[in-house]
Design a binder for this molecule. Sequence first.
Ligand code: CP3
Length: 348
Amino acid sequence: MLAPTSHPGLADSALLKAARGEPVPHTPVWFMRQAGRSLPEYLRIREGVGMLESCMDPDLVTEITLQPVRRYGVDAAILFSDIVLPLKAVGVDLDIVAGVGPVVASPVRTLEDVAAIPDLTPEHVPFITQAVRGVVAELGATPLIGFAGAPFTVASYLVEGGPSKEHAKTKAMMFGAPDVWDALMRKIAQIAAAYLEVQVAAGASAVQLFDSWAGALTPADYEALVMPHSSRVLAHAGGLGVPRIHFGVGTSNLLGLMGEAGADVVGVDWRTPLASAVPLVGDRSVQGNLDPTLVFAPPELMLARAAEVIEAGRAARGHIFNLGHGVIPSTDPDQLKRLTEYVQSYPL
Ligand code: CP3
């Protein structure tokens, strides 16, 4: 299967330039979870269709991925999928329960449990190849960001069996069963790397590795027990020739390591002022980091805070504007439209 011919304007898009640290015509902007429940057109199209079912239907994935691009004119699309989708695709018995998140039927605890999870091959995810091609054909010069869950964050769902605050069982395995931990992290890293490769081969022009829950770790434990596995995923993506964004929540003391893991762009949540994050990531770009609840403030306040984020981003090698975490479902899309226009017209 041939990769789609890329649009001539793509390489010059503001998002890819900012990711590479080149001068940009405007600060590029997109929003984590820009597709989803904040959009009435999403709620309509998802009526009566389960989350995983919709992620495996290429026409639905294409349409849902494009919805926020049409509405907001953001500088990137992100593939509509989920971090647990590749696990489902290789045969792990799991579901995404509305209002809860991913739930795994038989949590992973032993070496045998890990060995029972197959490696991912492109044949497991033909619908992803098809969806990415469909999206890219419509996007023109707007880049599509592919993504995967990082080994620690995905391990947390597999080991806990569902969402968790403390990640206690996950960390018990990490500290107490190093052989099982290593095997599990290697397995998830293989799946993430292969899943990203499928997306890039089909036309995604950047990738984001979501290590949403890495902020639960100390820097020393992150560096010794988690970072090497994320690094392998990021190195693999780098070999595919696309910029890599690396994001987590509550990671103020991990930002340097998350950059060193092999990122071109380090995603910063809203609790860390961008000005403090910039010196920590070295010669890399940053992404973020408006508090996602500022959309509930009056527009003038939201935009004034956005201006502060843009100003702080000037000190970085490159800056991609985003929220500090995903769009909250009750967000008014008109606020995100206002925010997009404001960021794109902000004089640099
Ligand atoms: O627009 C986009 O950003 C792309 C789509 C996307 C989804 N999940 C769709 C989704 C992305 C990038 C993800 C990644 C993801 N999934 C992460 C990393 C990002 C983060 O938020 O930190 C994590 C931790 C998950 C696991 C997960 N899946 C959670 C915590 C939830 C929310 C549970 C809930 O209902 O509140 C999901 C489900 C999910 N993934 C939804 C969407 C649109 C909601 C399901 C629905 O619409 O019924």
